[in-house]
Design a protein around this ligand. Structure first.
Ligand code: ADP
Ligand code: MG
Length: 286
């Protein structure tokens, strides 16, 4: 009996595919990108729901958006990859800069932005009847990206999403056969396969059990080296565990949401400037 044979699979180093460069034809420019909102406002019809948000989400970091329900966090996230405009009657103002260039500038295509800024939702939404492998590759087809290293890309994406070891022997099984937590990691792998510069996550663990939640949190911590992450969470422990920076959103009764305070997660949780931030992170409301 050897020590190596006893080691749990997660203690082994990641396979080479996790770090190798895989060439995508027609994919986004490589690397992490910063996002910055300047004077961002959002409306549904004539209802202003988000007012004058200035926020830098730096490349290679995890930024958490926190705050009570209804204060515009999801709306803000959807502005960051041009999904807000898909809602009938939705409008916006201000600038969203992706590596310094406004994603709403004339001539920029929403498809290109959504390829560069991926999104994972609250409820895992893999294609249930499609194989695990094809789920991972499904975003490429939509974005018209090609690669001759499909197997390596599937392995890399699943490895980065922390799912490879659990599914490598059953890549042809349907995505819908996985547990909820595994499905969410499959969705993360699908988003990563197009090699986005930024990954947005809207309460990615709120439908999951604590063990799956921890697994996703570990994944997020590792993703920081591959992609810029912006995550909405209602779980204050989670925000502290996974994020480098935090922004606290709030909306008074019948008023638009805005950012009360932003800064390093450390400061926001230990010595915030605003008394409302302190009360929120200590769980007094929301
Ligand atoms: P959060 O994610 O912080 O809970 P949302 O961004 O979902 O907040 O919502 C912000 C505000 O916008 C809320 O008042 C909500 O009712 C409103 N809202 C969200 N989506 C829509 C929509 N599709 N149509 C109209 N109003 C919406
Ligand atoms: Mg929301």
């Amino acid at each position: 009996m050897t020590e190596v044979a006893m080691a749990p699979p997660d203690a082994l180093p990641p396979p080479p595919a996790a770090t190798a460069e895989i060439e995508l034809i027609g994919g986004p420019p490589k690397g992490e990108a910063s996002l910055e909102a300047r004077g961002a406002c959002a409306w549904f019809g004539d209802h202003l729901v988000l007012e004058d948000v200035d926020l830098l989400m730096p490349a290679g970091h995890v930024t958490a958006l926190i705050g009570p329900s209804g204060c515009g966090k999801s709306t803000f996230l959807r502005m960051l990859n041009r999904m807000h405009e898909l809602v009938p009657g939705a409008a916006l103002d201000g600038e969203i800069l992706l590596d310094g260039e406004d994603i709403y500038a004339p001539g920029r295509r929403a498809q290109e932005i959504r390829m560069r800024v991926g999104m994972v939702f609250q409820k895992p939404n893999p294609f249930p009847a499609m194989s695990i492998r094809d789920n991972v590759l499904s975003g490429l087809k939509l974005a018209r990206i090609k690669t001759n290293q499909k197997d390596a890309l599937v392995e890399q994406s699943l490895t980065r999403a922390g799912l490879w070891r659990e599914v490598r022997d059953r890549l042809d099984r349907p995505g819908g056969a996985l547990s909820g937590g595994q499905q969410q990691r499959l969705c993360i792998a699908r988003s990563l396969a197009v090699q986005p510069n930024v990954l947005l996550m809207d309460e990615p663990c709120s439908a999951l059990d604590p063990t799956s939640t921890r697994r996703i949190e570990e994944t997020i911590a590792e993703l920081r080296t591959v992609v810029t992450v912006v995550i909405v969470t209602h779980n204050m422990q989670q925000a502290q565990r996974v994020s480098d920076l935090c922004a606290f959103f709030l909306a008074e009764e019948n008023e638009p949401g805005y950012v009360v305070e932003k800064g390093t997660t450390e400061k926001m949780f230990s010595s915030p400037e605003d008394e409302r931030t302190l009360r929120y992170v200590e769980g007094e409301f929301g």
